[in-house]
Design a protein around this ligand. Structure first.
Ligand code: ADP
Ligand code: MG
Length: 695
């Protein structure tokens, strides 16, 4: 297979546009893509027609506006290209209007109260900065999604808005450093995706996996990840065939799938693409997740993207590698080699430090969900406390700057920003801190708190917006300064003093850090119900309005949607537990108890002397646990009914977190205990051992 030949073959990319479009039209479209200028309405028809011809040539029969509603996944509604002719036949047609705007019934998408029921119309609008592509015979056109009154109903529009804010403010900073050549600054993202791959038959046999994506019951298998023999281990043939197939599918879609390896837990793997502009990275991550599921099913496998499919072994996350690029190819988070470049680097770096400190709450809540609650702050990576890792070298530089002291590195002098050069920073990956939620890794930041199912749009909206806002404040101050270098130095030293509490280079999983973080006054928001209400804090609403990313109504609607989703997910999980408990586990255990009672009776018939102590013990144990589990199910049912009556979404979410989850954990403990004592042939579904070592 010739990879360069298949790469991007299903994408209407710049190369194809150049081939298929008249010169002038291509130029105009390219301008829109590069500069974000409005699309020239006159060319839409020509582009649409070229797109359709190209797609039909490749076997496509339908098109769809492909958008990202607040469900976190993508949405599509397919229309065929056919248009009737007078003689009762059809021709394939696609107009400029069909390309540029779509109208769809928005009433079944979450809107958090923004879309009134009497106005169900939603509109989709083409995002020309993300290329159209063909998927399963359908031309997919990436679009934004908004309501009749213009409020956004999707994750893409605010992402584009946050990128615009960041561009505006970053350019102001660059101009201060005398850079007039850069015309555009954009955030880049490389999202590493973790996932589990299990046998499809195992998946089908577990209602909890089918309904909730995770196992709600299951005793620990004798073997988990303790031998650490899976991480980077040799990839099994069946998995390797899946991965090869996946790579090819992704390459055809123009996605730079680059790295693949086994992860820590059994059956867990990872895929990392090469980074790209954030809105594309976001579209591509959606396609990666979707393609993983599709390709898995071709191989008799099932791809689990849930954050915590199995208790007792690692869950899955998504590392969001984030940096700032310029249209000249520079990386603004790469320390340069001249004093000016270094001063500029330090300024961008401090903008991130200040942003992370001031908006810990937003970073925390943007990675919150019922699924990710099992990871953040539980006994695995990363913690719920937001902090930033800068590494030893940078921290020493910062210390020296703060105290006007000599930096002990090779320069051995008091450093003046904008005048002196920074010491060379190591880019060695070996000494990276893997426990930090927000780590500087040489020329980018790695935000490690995202859950594996997440759309990366949400977290990147936050990162872009908070950094844009700090850059705005910096630019406001520096633009007025009579002596730029002195003002720059002062600003950076002040920022270090005020925000260094957010820097932590130690082990983020330790108990010691929890205590230290509390002393430093850092937030420790334990779950979704606790974190989400911060969304609508006054300072946050002001932030979003100042940067034109969300209106207050949009913030509140998003918060409503996330809270509501949390309660809904937990309702589904609770109901699934009740059903599996009552319909599967309870009768199965009773059947085994009946068998054991039969054994006891038979033994007694033979001779009174036969030992029946083991049978009696197991019967007693199982019967007690089964009754207790049944009781738990009754209790959960009552609690869910009570939760339903709570109309305030915030209170409802809190009720689920405080009341329903502990009851679910109690029920599970009874079931897991019984699993260990029930004959295998009676247990009603595959066990952890069966599932995790099935491929
Ligand atoms: P790790 O050691 O964490 O596995 P890698 O060095 O392999 O990390 O990189 C992880 C991800 O970071 C990749 O997706 C890569 O493309 C991305 N990345 C590298 N440079 C940048 C950048 N400047 N901006 C955004 N992402 C980047
Ligand atoms: Mg990583």
């Amino acid at each position: 297979m010739k990879v360069p030949e298949i790469f991007g073959e299903n994408v209407f990319n710049l190369q194809v546009m150049q081939d298929k479009l008249p010169k002038e039209v291509f130029k105009s479209l390219k301008e829109t893509i590069d500069k974000g200028t409005p699309l020239d309405a006159g060319i839409a028809g020509i582009v649409a027609n070229a797109m359709k011809d190209w797609a039909v040539e490749k076997g496509a029969t339908h098109y769809t506006h492909w958008f990202q509603p607040m469900t976190g996944i993508t949405a599509e509604k397919h229309d065929s290209f056919i248009s009737p002719t007078k003689d009762g036949k059809v021709i394939m047609e696609f107009s400029g209007k069909e390309l540029v705007v779509g109208e769809s019934d928005a009433s079944s998408f979450p809107s958090g109260g923004v879309r009134a029921t009497f106005e169900a119309r939603g509109y989709t609008a083409w995002d020309p900065t993300s290329f159209a592509f063909i998927k399963d015979g359908t031309l997919c056109i990436p679009t934004t999604f908004f309501s009749y009154s213009g409020e956004v109903l999707d994750k893409k529009t605010p992402l584009l808005r946050s990128m615009r804010a960041l561009n505006e403010q970053a350019l102001r900073i660059l101009r201060l450093f005398g850079n007039t050549s850069v015309k555009r600054v954009f955030p880049t993202v490389g999202a590493e995706q973790e996932y589990f791959l299990i046998d499809r038959k195992m998946y089908d046999a577990r209602k909890d996996l089918v309904f909730s994506g995770r196992t709600l019951f299951g005793a620990k298998a004798p073997k988990g990840q303790e031998l650490e023999d899976h991480y980077f281990g040799p990839i099994k043939l069946r998995v390797s065939e899946f991965m090869k197939d996946l790579d090819v599918e992704l390459w055809k879609l123009g996605i730079f799938a680059k790295t693949k390896h086994n992860e820590v837990a059994p059956s867990q793997h990872e895929l990392a693409p090469i980074f790209t502009v954030t809105n594309l990275a976001s579209d591509q991550n959606q396609l990666i997740m979707e393609t993983m599921k599709k390709v898995a099913s071709r191989h008799g496998l099932y791809c689990l993207l849930h954050e915590k499919p199995f208790e007792g072994i690692n869950g899955s996350g998504k590392h969001n590698n984030w940096s700032l690029s310029t249209d000249k190819g520079g990386n603004l988070l790469d320390p340069g080699s001249t004093p000016a470049e270094n001063g500029q680097f330090m300024l961008f770096l401090m903008a991130v430090v200040k942003a992370v400190d001031e908006y810990q709450d937003l970073l925390r809540l943007t990675v919150t969900s019922a699924g990710n609650d099992h990871r953040l702050g539980a006994n695995e990576a990363p913690p719920a406390i937001v902090s930033i890792y800068l590494g030893e070298e940078l921290t020493e530089v910062i210390d020296a700057l703060e105290h006007d002291a000599k930096y002990k590195g090779k320069s051995k002098q008091i450093m003046k920003l904008g005048v002196d050069t920074l010491p060379e920073l190591p880019k060695d990956t070996t000494d990276r801190n893997r426990t930090s939620p927000f780590a500087f890794t040489g020329n980018k930041f790695e935000f490690r708190m995202l859950g594996s199912t997440f759309s990366i749009a949400g977290p990147n909206i936050i990162v872009n917006t908070i950094v844009a806002d700090e850059l705005r404040q910096f630019a406001d101050e520096l633009e007025k300064a009579p002596d730029f270098n002195a003002a720059l130095h002062d600003l950076i030293v002040r920022t270090i003093k005020e925000h260094k509490r957010i820097i932590y280079n130690g082990n983020n999983y330790s108990e010691e850090w929890k205590k230290e973080a509390e002393r430093r006054g850092l937030l420790n928001l334990k779950n979704s119900a606790e974190a989400l209400p911060y969304f609508a804090a006054k300072k946050n609403i002001e932030l979003f309005e100042r940067n034109k990313v969300f209106t207050e109504r949009e913030v509140r609607s998003r918060m409503e949607i996330m809270l509501d989703n949390y309660s809904k997910v937990l309702t589904i999980e609770a109901l699934t537990m009740i059903e599996m408990g009552r319909q599967d586990i309870y009768p199965a255990v009773n059947a085994y108890i009946a068998e054991l009672c039969g054994v006891i009776e038979h033994k007694r018939e033979v001779t009174a002397k036969m030992d029946i102590s083991a049978e009696k013990e197991v019967v007693e144990r199982l019967s007690a646990a089964n009754s207790a589990m049944y009781g738990s199910a009754q209790e959960i049912e009552g609690l869910v009914a009570e939760a339903k009556r709570i109309t305030d979404t915030e209170k409802q979410a809190k009720f689920f977190a405080d009341k329903v989850i502990p009851a679910m954990e109690k029920m599970r403990a009874f079931a897991d205990e019984m699993e260990g004592y029930t004959a295998k042939k009676y247990w009603p579904f595959p066990t952890y051992g069966d599932i995790l070592f099935s491929v």
